[in-house]
Ligand binder design. Structure first.
Ligand SMILES: C[S@@+](CC[C@H](N)C(=O)[O-])C[C@H]1O[C@@H](n2cnc3c(N)ncnc32)[C@H](O)[C@@H]1O
Length: 403
């Protein structure tokens, strides 16, 4: 054979022994029982392999299910399975009310009763707090339920491509074409066929927001045009009203002279606090100028200029130049939780009270752990789940930390 200068490249694949062992389980079939749900909504089961107990996460499983599963993914320390057969269904299991549920990525818990969904959300929060803040004392108040299990969303975001309009499929970027959505407000759900008929089919994915506006009228628009649809507002009016009332009463009991509010949106909490405490001053920080513009118009109309200031800024820059309240800081960050800069500024300022509203329990637990490590003098005075998003694994948590 003619010699060439070519040297074969030998790739050393750095798989740990455990990793390669788990990969050997790909496509294998097992019978497991589901213990509980975890953050993200998957069921957690275990299987024994070479005398080791391995965790398997299974989407659309219910705690108590006995399932035949197939391993579809092997990570370093855990596996992912898909249900092949429900051998014995959990008591909480039910046929999903929505015909699209099996494929649609919009919901993750419709296969369980609402009371079981909520019990699992509480368990998820308890597990996280026990793990992240094992030495803290807390009492979880009974969860605030949604008045409506279905048709509660005042806005939804759908994707359109070709002639299809709907949510992405579970774990995919393909669109499930829908003609109704049972978690959306009935007026939104009933409008989906007419919206679809009005759209010009697009070769690439385009997003639309469909919503009931502040005049209680249905409207829809393409997201991305003039930043529309990128503004934040709470989606479940009845639960939001209860959340606002709870925040309002916590703040009333503190009765601060000055409040700092970070991630303020359009003033969902700021305006009710202003109305409840007629001498309190407040500085509310929000990144999205559309939201602060709305808030400034509203505060001017209400003649609150001397008491309420809206600052259009990212909270990270704000905390570097502005001074936070010593009495109360209200935090309502997006799913990622508070950034490191915000956390360290809040911990450094060490306010007497922190009211934290969170839509992601794992990031809430992380942030609470940071706060309590830096300032062990805080006590958890209030802790409650607000079930803002039935049929999905998401929920809001309200926490009051006080020195
Ligand atoms: C969960 S929402 C809460 C909004 C408001 N508190 C409410 O209840 O309607 C989080 C808000 O934080 C804003 N936001 C996200 N990142 C931010 C940042 N780095 N600095 C300031 N605001 C931010 C978003 O625009 C959004 O309005």
């Amino acid at each position: 054979m003619k010699k060439s200068g070519f040297k074969p490249l030998i790739l050393k694949v750095n798989t740990t022994k455990r990793g390669s062992e788990l990969e050997s389980l790909l496509h294998s079939e097992h019978t497991i029982e589901i213990e509980k749900l975890v953050v993200g909504g998957d069921g957690l089961g275990r299987l024994t392999f070479k005398e080791k107990s391995l965790v398997v996460f299974v989407p659309m499983a219910a705690p108590g299910d006995k399932l035949k599963i197939k391993i579809i993914k092997a990570e370093k320390n855990h596996l992912k399975g898909e249900i092949l057969q429900i051998i014995k269904p959990a008591e909480s299991r039910r046929p999903a009310p929505c015909e699209y549920y099996e494929s649609c990525g919009g919901c993750s818990l419709q296969h369980m009763t609402e009371s079981a969904q909520l019990a699992q959300k509480e368990l998820i929060l308890r597990d996280l707090l026990n793990r992240f803040i094992p030495n803290a004392k807390w009492e979880l108040l009974p969860a605030v339920k949604s008045e409506f299990d279905f048709h509660y969303r005042n806005r939804i975001q759908l994707k359109a491509e070709g002639g299809k309009l709907g949510y992405f499929k579970k774990s995919s970027h393909q669109i499930v074409d829908i003609s109704h959505c049972p978690i959306a407000d009935k007026r939104i759900s009933d409008s989906i066929p007419s919206v679809k008929s009005e759209l010009t089919p697009s070769p690439e994915v385009v997003r639309y927001e469909l919503r009931i506006n502040h005049l209680e009228q249905f409207e829809y628009y393409k997201i991305g045009e003039d930043g529309e649809g990128l503004s934040f507002s709470q989606v479940n009016n009845s639960v939001n009203n209860k959340l606002v009332k709870a925040v309002e009463s916590l703040v009333s009991a503190i009765n601060p002279v000055f409040v700092s509010e970070l991630y303020a949106g359009a003033g969902n909490f700021s305006f009710p606090i202003m109305a409840k405490l007629p001498t309190t001053r407040m500085e509310s920080v929000e990144l999205n100028p559309k939201l602060t513009e709305f808030a400034v118009k509203k505060l001017t109309g209400l003649n609150l200029q001397n008491r309420l200031t809206f600052v259009t800024s990212d909270c990270e820059s704000f905390v570097k130049r502005g001074e936070l309240s010593k009495e109360l800081v209200v935090l309502d960050p997006p799913r990622a939780g508070c950034s490191e800069d915000v956390m360290s500024a809040v911990c450094k300022r060490h306010p007497a009270n922190i009211v934290y509203i969170s839509c992601h329990p794992a990031n809430l637990a992380r942030d609470m752990s940071l706060i309590l490590q830096k300032n062990p003098s805080y006590k958890i005075k209030y802790l409650q789940i607000f079930d803002m998003f039935p049929q999905t694994d998401h929920f809001e948590t309200l926490v009051h930390l006080s020195k």
